[in-house]
Design a protein around this ligand. Structure first.
Ligand code: 5AD
Ligand code: SF4
Length: 441
């Protein structure tokens, strides 16, 4: 049995692809190892969303070749593979084969070809029609939580973003297939599913078979209600795109307890002129309308976001608008990024005119503002009870367990390993460093 070591960078879609790569390799007779040293094959599932993520690939290939000479086969998967294609071979002689984002189901053929001596093997082809989206339970990132892709690709072409080029056009999975998968996961003991896609609320399947019995203003909100009806205990979903975020999604959350009270809604900027230049298709006012609807929910929905600072042409007044938006939305947490020009995107054609130092200054300023919001949001849970899925022993203390609440906060509390996989109620007594602490009630 040949041993494969697989490492994954980037978003949930990449993690999810890697889970399926491991499943396919297992059924084709490979062993997945945790030890890079033992492996005969190293696979790197890459991310290209920002330059830094992309550079990781080159650093890692260099390290692998330095440590093990030419003993191992090195395969590159994911977004960098798809975008760079065969130019990767000439840029980096340490790479043996390349498998694009849609070709991951054929990973075994790529490895075979490489072992048979085929040099510079590359597969950037389309996904097989009968592609199996399920994951072997041994290779899910968690025993109790499963990612379920519902839409892949992106048609939005925000001007800074490489994803529409690396992941291609939006393709929605059939509702019946998604529901079948969730039912199987539930039978296997999974307690929480994450419906994932670059842009879940653009979900638009070719056929609505499986959604007939469910109301909802959009196919996505009907899908949410259909998945809720499977009886799986918790459902989370991301990422949402503001323009397509229909208020009915909030109604679906209000009507179904197992739809978790957490929405990730990337704003990217608070300035209408920057939003226009990013071609986001929303104004800050229309974004705030979505936020108001979310905040009106009796379920107290947690809200998180992504923000880019230093987009080309972002003047200090634009940045002030972003600060104002962060204050208005009082996010539970925010991922803040410095703009990184990506070759091939429309924004790459514009001068990257906010200096790195200024981007960093804006990043730090926004981060410290957001830290206060985050701490306030955490403190608002003091004395309250939250339902936590017990995922693992905490890294700090062996008597402590750790999991996420329905509102997607990390919660640590005292307890023993028998509780792993259970959903418990925890009364919150402390809120610090991005984490809630409490006791089981
Ligand atoms: N530069 C910086 N951040 C980016 N993101 C996407 N593309 C870029 C880029 N070129 C961020 C966005 C997106 C998140 C996943 O990554 O905020 O929502
Ligand atoms: Fe990128 Fe915009 Fe698509 Fe999100 S919606 S993946 S930011 S192009």
């Amino acid at each position: 049995m040949k041993k494969v070591y697989l490492e994954t960078y980037g978003c949930q879609m990449n993690v999810s692809d890697s889970e399926r790569v491991s499943s396919v390799l297992k059924s084709d007779g490979y062993e997945i190892t945790e030890s890079e040293e033992e492996a005969e094959i190293v696979l790197i599932n890459t991310c290209s969303v920002r330059e830094k993520a992309e550079q990781k690939l080159y650093t890692r290939v260099g390290q692998i070749r330095k440590e093990s000479g030419n003993d191992k086969k090195v395969g590159v998967l994911g977004c960098v593979a798809q975008l760079e294609g065969e130019t990767l071979f000439s840029q980096n002689r340490g790479i043996d084969f390349i498998v694009g984002t849609k070709a991951v189901g054929r990973i075994s053929s790529a490895i075979d070809a490489s072992f048979k001596g085929e040099k510079d093997f590359i597969d950037l082809g389309e996904r097989e029609n009968e592609y199996d989206w399920s994951v072997d339970k041994d290779y899910r990132h968690s025993k109790y939580i499963a990612f379920v892709p519902i839409i892949e690709g992106c048609n939005k072409f925000c001007t800074y973003c490489i994803v529409p080029f690396s992941r291609g056009r939006e393709i929605s999975l059939a509702p019946a297939q998604i529901i079948r998968q969730v039912l199987t996961l539930r039978r296997e003991g999974v307690r929480e599913v994450h419906l994932i896609g670059q842009n879940v609320n653009s979900y638009r399947p070719k056929s609505t078979e499986g959604l007939e019995d469910f109301h909802g203003a959009t196919p996505f909100s009907r899908l949410l209600r259909a998945v809720a009806a499977t009886g799986i205990e918790r459902i989370k979903f991301n990422t949402s795109f503001p323009r397509d975020f229909h208020p009915d999604i909030v109604d679906a959350i209000n009507e179904n307890e197992n739809l978790c009270n957490w929405v990730h809604l990337p704003v990217q900027s608070g300035s209408n002129s920057v939003l226009r230049a990013m071609r986001r298709g929303h104004t800050i006012e229309s974004y705030f309308e979505r936020i108001d609807k979310i905040r009106e929910s009796p379920r107290r929905i947690a809200l998180t976001t992504d923000i880019i600072v230093g987009f080309p042409g972002e003047a200090i007044e634009d940045f002030e608008d972003t600060k104002a938006a962060v204050q208005y939305c009082e996010y539970d947490s925010a991922y803040i990024f410095r703009y990184s020009p990506r070759p091939g995107t429309p924004a790459f054609e514009r001068a990257d005119d906010v200096s790195f130092e200024e981007k960093t200054r804006r990043f730090l300023e926004l981060e410290s503002l957001q830290k206060i919001n985050q701490q306030n949001a955490l403190e608002s849970y003091l004395g309250r009870k939250v339902k936590v899925l017990v995922e693992k022993n905490s890294t700090r203390n062996i008597d402590e367990l750790s999991g996420h609440s329905t509102c997607h906060k990390v919660v640590n509390f005292k307890g023993s390993s028998e509780m792993l996989g259970k959903i418990v109620e925890v009364k919150i007594s402390e809120a610090k460093s991005f984490t809630l602490y409490g006791e089981i009630c």
